[in-house]
Design a protein around this ligand. Structure first.
Ligand SMILES: [Zn+2]
Length: 336
């Protein structure tokens, strides 16, 4: 890792005016090959920030926990499920050790030499997930947060290892919103090149593994809450729904853009609507409907941990809709 990793805090200078060139520099510097990366952690860190772009609070702060929850999930799936090495050289790296140990310590794996069928992160118990996230956070906050701050010449964010938060520079935050999809693609491309270098097998579809490393398949818990709270009809076409797998849990703003699972972005839909909508934006006239629906969730289930509305406001969905369109998600699906 580059210099700066041992800083305990750092602050961007709010008086400094960043030109478009300075902003480009932050990211080209992250992607440059000036020093050969020994690990993929900076790519993982950037992905975790991009995946959390809509979870910032009013000061644009993100907790280490929010960032490294994504990081841990992504690395579990890449390293253990897809068996993709994330370090150059003989060592497998500390993150691998943390994950591997957690997997070996599961009661069902005790005593087995090697278990090849690793379950996805989302299927681990909450208790195991929390422990892994806490160990990954300790390791990454030690080596990654200060190094990337320093690589960006202090322009990307402020951070404090004491309060365990980073606060994005507002100018950089706006830049990330405008260019999210493009930066994400460049990040995957550079990460995939790194994986190609350090992994022997080249038959893997690296880009797909990276993109899907935080995609969840089991959305039953969300289906259950929505089904309990709302009328049993498709959010889009109004067709009656049953409490079963034919009722789809749809990401209102497509998952392929947000890369996150939040209840406020989920609706229940019939399979026909869900499949034909795919990763297109929903009709504009449904925005008001979902904002109203979310007010009801906020009222009724504010304390439910799945809902996570700490950073959600009435503006979140309309804003996200606009930003998705700027990023090239400009196909609007029409429900017929
Ligand atoms: Zn429908």
């Amino acid at each position: 890792m580059s210099s700066g990793w041992d800083l305990s805090e750092g602050h961007y200078d709010p008086r400094r005016i960043l030109t478009e060139e300075d902003l480009n520099d932050i990211f080209s510097c992250l992607f440059s090959n000036k020093s050969k990366n020994t690990t993929s952690y900076k790519f993982g860190f950037l992905k975790s920030i991009l995946d959390n772009l809509y979870n910032v609070d009013i000061n644009l702060s993100l907790s280490f926990n929010a960032i490294f929850s994504k990081f841990a999930e992504s690395y579990w799936n890449l390293v253990l499920v897809h068996k993709l090495k994330q370090c150059r050289g003989a060592s497998s790296g500390k993150i691998y050790d943390i994950l591997h140990e957690a997997w070996n310590n599961l009661p069902e794996n005790k005593g087995r030499l090697e278990n090849n069928n690793v379950i996805p992160f989302e299927s681990l118990s909450a208790e195991v997930q929390v422990k892994i996230i806490s160990n990954v956070t300790k390791e990454c906050s030690k080596y990654v947060v200060g190094a990337i701050y320093s690589d960006s010449k202090g322009n990307f964010y402020s951070f404090s290892k004491k309060s365990k938060t980073i606060t994005l520079n507002p100018v950089v935050y706006q830049y990330l919103l405008r260019h999210k999809t493009m930066i994400e693609k460049v990040n995957y491309f550079e990460w995939a090149k790194f994986l190609h270098d350090v992994n022997e097998s080249s038959s893997n579809d690296y880009l797909e593994s990276l993109d899907y490393s935080t995609k969840r398949n089991n959305l039953d818990a969300y289906r259950k809450i929505l089904f309990e709270e709302f009328e049993h009809r498709c959010f889009y076409c109004g067709a009656p729904l049953m409490d079963d797998r034919n009722t789809h849990v749809d990401h209102f703003i497509p998952w392929s853009f947000v890369k996150d699972d939040k209840l406020w972005n989920f609706v229940l839909a019939c399979s026909r609507c869900n499949e034909s909508k795919n990763n297109k934006l929903p009709p504009r006239d449904k925005i008001e409907k979902i904002v109203d629906r979310n007010r009801i969730i906020l009222d009724r289930r504010a304390s439910d941990s799945l809902i996570d509305t700490r950073t959600y406001t009435d503006e979140t969905i309309p804003h996200l809709y606009k930003v998705a369109a700027i990023n090239g998600f400009n196909f609007v699906w029409n429900c017929v």
